[in-house]
Design a binder for this molecule. Structure first.
Ligand code: SF4
Ligand code: SF4
Length: 452
C-alpha cells in the first residue's frame, strides 16, 4: 500500500471503531473545494451515492414451491401479468415492463413487484405441460411474497452512469421511455441523479466490481457484474445488480407507467465509494456542472437520433436549457429527493456500523463499447453433421457435436452400444446395434439418430 492510500479493510476497521468519516456525494463536492486532494484522502473514508429512477431492465426470479399434485409451469401470470417460466418447474422471471393481459400498460410487472413488496396477495395462474412426473395442467392460487421460497431481484441493467436528454422537433407530441415530448421542442426530459449518480463517481471502476455490496430497494444487494450494454468508453457504464426482494421496501421500489410507452419500475440504488486514493477523491468530487450529456431529437424515429445540443446536469436541473437559440423547459424522470434520501440512508447505515464495505472479487471493465444490432441475414442450411448421420451405414448414429457425454443413454441399450468410460466420456460402437429403437428419445441432447 503506497503512502496516502487506504485499503477497504482499513476503512472497515475505521467504520467498526466509529472513526470513519462518511459523506454523501454532494457533500464531497464542497469538501474537495476546501481541502487538498491528499488531505481529503486522509480525512474522508466513504462517499455514498444514490439514484432513484425508472429502470426498465429490472425483474424478479421467483420460486413458488411445488403444488399438489406437482406441475411443470410452462406459462405463468401474476395478477394477469405474464412471467417467463421456461426454466425449472416452478421458477419464473417477472420483468418490470411486461404489461397486463387485461389492463394493458396501466398495470405491469413493475406494479406486481411493488404489490408483492407491500405484502399484498397476488393471483398466480399457471398452465402446465403435463407429464408423468408433473401431471397438473393448470393452477390458480393467491400467494404473497412471504409464501415464496425465493424472490430474487435480478436486474440486468441498472444505474446508468449518465443519460442522454430528450426533446422532440417534430410537429406532434410523442410518447417515449423519456416521457411525453411535446411538439416543436415544447419540453426536454432527462434522467439520472447527476453528481449523486453511483457510476459517475467511479467512472474508471477503481472500486466498483463483482461483489460490491450496495443498497438495492432499501436493503443490502450486490453488484453481480457489468450491466448489459455496458459502454464505459463512451461514458455509459452500467451495473448488473441483485438482492433479496423479501427484504426490500416499497419506499425504494415503485411500479409506474410511462404514458403511451408502457409499465416500468422505479428502483432505488445506493453505492458506497471507498476513498482509497487520490484518484477516487477526484472522481467523487464531480459536480453537476462537470457532467455533460447530449440532448437527442426523439422526433426522428431512428436509433441514430441527431444530437441537438450538449448540456450539463447543472443546466438541466436549472429547469431551462438552450437548444439552438431556443429556451426549452426541462423536467426530470428521476427523483433527486429520493436519490439524496438513499445516499443519506447509506451514509447513516455505515456510520451506525450496520453496513460494511466489501472487496470486489473482480473490478468492472473501464473500457469497452456496446454496438447497435448486427442484423445478419439468416442462413437456413441444415447442420451438415446431422444430415450425414441420417445417411450413415449404421442404423444408429450419434451426433458428436451435440453429445455432452452425460451417460443417460448407456443403460437403455441392451446391446451395449453405449459405454461410460472411467474418464466419464461415453463411447459408442454402432456396429453392435440390433435396431431395437430404444435409445433415441432418451437422449436429452437429441444427439442419437436412427435411420429410417
Ligand atoms: S444421452 Fe445423449 S448426450 Fe448423453 S451421452 Fe448419450 S448420446 Fe451423449
Ligand atoms: S437402437 Fe437399440 S440396440 Fe441400437 S443403439 Fe439404440 S438401444 Fe442400442
Amino acid at each position: 500500500m503506497k503512502e496516502n492510500e487506504k485499503s477497504i479493510e482499513e476503512i472497515n476497521i475505521r467504520i467498526a471503531d466509529g472513526n470513519a468519516r462518511v459523506v454523501t456525494a454532494d457533500e464531497m463536492v464542497k469538501i474537495v473545494a476546501e481541502m487538498s486532494v491528499d488531505e481529503v484522502v486522509h480525512e474522508v473514508d466513504v462517499v455514498t451515492t444514490g439514484t432513484f429512477g425508472a429502470m426498465c431492465s429490472s425483474g424478479v426470479w421467483m420460486n413458488f414451491g411445488h403444488s399438489e399434485p406437482p406441475m411443470k409451469m410452462s406459462r405463468v401470470w401474476l395478477n394477469d401479468v405474464e412471467a417467463y417460466s421456461s426454466v425449472a418447474a416452478v421458477d419464473a422471471y417477472l420483468g418490470a415492463t411486461q404489461p397486463s393481459r387485461s389492463l394493458g400498460i396501466e398495470y405491469g410487472g413493475g406494479h406486481v413487484i411493488e404489490d408483492l413488496v407491500r405484502g399484498r396477495s397476488v393471483r398466480l395462474e399457471a398452465e402446465g405441460t403435463s407429464s408423468d412426473c408433473y401431471p397438473l395442467k393448470s393452477l390458480s392460487a393467491d400467494i404473497k411474497l412471504e409464501d415464496m421460497n425465493q424472490a430474487i431481484m435480478s436486474n440486468p441493467r441498472n444505474c446508468y452512469e449518465r443519460y442522454g436528454a430528450a426533446t422532440n422537433t417534430s410537429d406532434r407530441a410523442i410518447n417515449t421511455y423519456m416521457g411525453r415530448l411535446l411538439p416543436s421542442m415544447g419540453n426536454a426530459t432527462y434522467s439520472g441523479a447527476g453528481e449523486l449518480s453511483p457510476i459517475i463517481n467511479d467512472p474508471t471502476f477503481q472500486t466498483v466490481g463483482i461483489g460490491t455490496r450496495i443498497l438495492l430497494g432499501g436493503t443490502e444487494g450486490y453488484v453481480i457484474g457489468s450491466g448489459t450494454q455496458h459502454n464505459p468508453s463512451d461514458g455509459f457504464g452500467i451495473l448488473m445488480v441483485q438482492g433479496n426482494l423479501k427484504q426490500m421496501s416499497p419506499e425504494f421500489l415503485r411500479g409506474a407507467t410511462l404514458t403511451g410507452y408502457g409499465p416500468t419500475l422505479y428502483v432505488g440504488v445506493g453505492v458506497p465509494i471507498p476513498v482509497i486514493n487520490a484518484e477516487v477523491v477526484r472522481s467523487t468530487a464531480v459536480a453537476d456542472g462537470d457532467i455533460v450529456t447530449d440532448v437527442y431529437d426523439y422526433g426522428i424515429q431512428s436509433r441514430d437520433r441527431p444530437t441537438l445540443a450538449k448540456v450539463t446536469y447543472e443546466e438541466l436541473k436549472s429547469g431551462m436549457i438552450e437548444i439552438n437559440g431556443t429556451m426549452v423547459q426541462t423536467s426530470a424522470l428521476s427523483s433527486f429527493r429520493n436519490a439524496l434520501m438513499i445516499a443519506r440512508r447509506l451514509r447513516d447505515l455505515i456510520l451506525q456500523k450496520k453496513f460494511f464495505l466489501t472487496e470486489p472479487v473482480e473490478l468492472l471493465k473501464s473500457e469497452g463499447t456496446a454496438y447497435p444490432m448486427r442484423q445478419r441475414v439468416r442462413n437456413d442450411a441444415r447442420d451438415p453433421q446431422i444430415a450425414v448421420n441420417h445417411y450413415s451405414e449404421y442404423y444408429v448414429q450419434r451426433d458428436e457435436t451435440n453429445c455432452v457425454h452425460c451417460g443417460l443413454c448407456v443403460p437403455y441399450c441392451s446391446a451395449g452400444v453405449f459405454q461410460q468410460n472411467v474418464d466419464w466420456t461415453v463411447s459408442y460402437e454402432p456396429s453392435r446395434c440390433v435396431e431395437c429403437g430404444e435409445c433415441r428419445d432418451v437422449c436429452p441432447q437429441r444427439a442419437i439418430h436412427l435411420r429410417g
